[in-house]
Write a protein that binds this ligand. Structure first.
Ligand SMILES: N[C@@H](CCC(=O)N[C@@H](CS)C(=O)NCC(=O)O)C(=O)O
Length: 141
């Protein structure tokens, strides 16, 4: 069985997307570790020395960084329904919009407190809805 560890943060849309991808592939056995952004672990700094950000997926001791890279890795690694479309043009389009959404979602840096609050509440709602649907299906995530 794969040895999988995910370094994350609560309410991070990037982390949520990786957890959803693992869930879509039916992968529920992995260790999830919440990082403290004000006191990053040695493991995070060693695993993602370039950006020092979560998510980082550690597979059999090897780190994979950047949510879109991780999503693609998870898609290729595990059998089951593909997360990305099979058609190359549709795949490229999906990657384009995923990267665009990722660029826009730097909510931590949003200068407007209302925008920050709105996005935080939005991600918390997505998290709750997803957790509810997982509990209905009996999966961890
Ligand atoms: N481009 C990165 C963005 C990841 C990112 O911004 N992660 C945030 C959490 S939402 C983080 O680790 N922040 C800690 C920091 O900036 O020090 C990805 O797609 O994985």
């Amino acid at each position: 069985m794969a040895d999988l560890k995910l370094l994350g943060l609560p309410l991070s849309p990037f982390v949520i997307s990786v957890r959803m991808a693992l869930n879509m592939k039916g992968v529920s056995r992995y260790e999830y570790v919440d990082e403290d952004p004000s006191n990053k672990s040695e493991l995070l700094l060693k695993s993602n020395p370039v950006h020092k950000k979560v998510p980082v997926l550690i597979h059999n001791g090897k780190p994979i960084c950047e949510s879109l890279v991780i999503l693609q890795y998870v898609d290729e690694l595990f059998a089951g329904r593909s997360i990305l479309p099979t058609d190359p043009y549709e795949r490229a389009t999906a990657r384009f919009w995923a990267a665009y959404a990722g660029d826009k979602v730097q909510y931590k840096h949003a200068s407007c407190p209302h925008a920050r609050a709105l996005l935080t509440s939005l991600f918390s709602t997505i998290n709750r809805i997803h957790a509810r649907s997982c509990s209905r299906r009996g999966t961890a995530w």
